[in-house]
Ligand binder design. Structure first.
Ligand code: SF4
Length: 345
């Protein structure tokens, strides 16, 4: 493992974990999926729902939808007994509707394979549709209290900068954090890393001067400080290059996010929204008009974290509408007959 921590790592690790937990205990975040900031174990199904939503949607937007969504689908059974359309309808505002379908499929898999329980191992969770390693680890840590860390982009940055001081791979970061996680507080530790990463250790401009880890518990900042005051750098590497940068492309910084507005993905979301609102068969031309109206409506953002781009020309919209519709039909989201278009049941 590439790490800048060559001396006193055990002491540093213990102090680091303690500093992280002390800070988070004093600065709880009130988010609906955290039960008003309480750090107890939560129902694994509710963790799966929250993490599926948070995967590609901003937390502020998820906070608006999550409570009513969970009230409607409080268990895997409640969702499994519902239709796909009902789930999609409740998903409006979050975007990336494929996640809702995968969640619905997961609920049915849970009910049929675990009638009186919930998948409780990494291997079992990874069998669920749409569940990757991050989500599986989140369910294990937050739902079952297992000593693993779900490594999202925030935890990855904090680990690279503060703990390792070098650009660890994702697998190395997982290994490092799993070794540090306090067995009695895996949820609190994971959530503290999320919060530190999103509030201070941001991708573009980390707020080091206000960060509770600062140069005392952050290897990268400590190294930079030693350089600036002419200290000995030979005992502790102090990379000037940001360790959080992608090692495969160190000059890139944050990858450029293409405009979302008017993209094929945006059109897909708007087609689904129009069909959900139409509640039945829609003529293709009517559907296009509805989609175009939504596209022009500045309030029609679908909850993605992506920024809206410049205005989109009609020919481009027509072309992308056709492509999006073709995708949705071929993927089984939408049924097209000579009578019109409708959501698949
Ligand atoms: S001191 Fe700066 S680099 Fe280190 S964890 Fe805090 S924000 Fe990140």
């Amino acid at each position: 493992m590439k790490t800048a921590r060559t001396e006193g790592s055990t002491v540093f690790d213990r102090d680091f974990v303690s500093a992280v937990l002390t800070w988070s205990d004093s600065n709880p975040r009130s988010l609906p999926w955290r039960v008003d900031g309480a750090r107890e174990r939560r129902d694994p199904w509710s963790v799966l729902v929250a993490e599926t939503m948070l995967a590609q949607t901003q937390a502020t937007r998820v906070a608006q939808v999550y409570p009513s969504f969970l009230e409607r689908f409080p268990t895997a059974l409640a969702m499994a007994q519902s239709t796909k359309s009902e789930v999609l309808e409740r998903w409006i505002g979050l975007g990336y509707y494929r996640r809702a379908v995968r969640l619905w499929e997961s609920s049915r898999a849970v009910v049929s394979n675990y009638p009186n329980s919930f998948p409780a191992t990494l291997a079992e969770l990874l069998q669920l549709p749409g569940v990757g390693r991050y989500t599986a680890c989140a369910v294990l840590a937050l739902g079952f209290g297992e000593a693993v860390v779900p490594v999202d982009v925030n935890a990855l940055r904090v680990a690279r900068r503060a703990i390792a001081g070098s650009a660890l791979t994702h697998a190395e970061t997982q290994q490092l954090l799993d070794r540090l996680v306090p067995p009695d507080r895996p949820a609190a530790f994971a959530e503290a890393l999320f919060d530190l990463g999103s509030q201070y250790c941001t991708a573009q401009a980390p707020r080091c001067s206000q960060c509770p880890l600062s140069d005392r518990y952050c290897v990268w900042q400590r190294g930079l400080r030693r350089r600036s005051v002419g200290g000995r750098c030979d005992q502790e590497p102090s990379p000037v290059v940001d360790p959080a940068l992608d090692p495969a492309n160190p000059g890139s910084g944050r990858p450029r996010v293409p405009p979302y507005r008017g993209s094929r993905r945006h059109l897909r979301a708007l087609v689904l929204r129009s069909l959900l609102q139409g509640r039945g068969l829609l003529d293709r031309e009517v559907l296009f008009e509805n989609v175009a109206a939504l596209l022009n409506d500045s309030d029609s953002r679908d909850g993605s974290s992506r920024s809206l781009g410049p205005s989109v020309s009609l020919p481009t919209t027509t072309e992308l509408f056709g492509e999006a519709l073709r995708d949705l039909v071929s993927e089984g989201f939408v049924i097209e007959t000579e009578d019109g278009l409708q959501l698949a049941p």
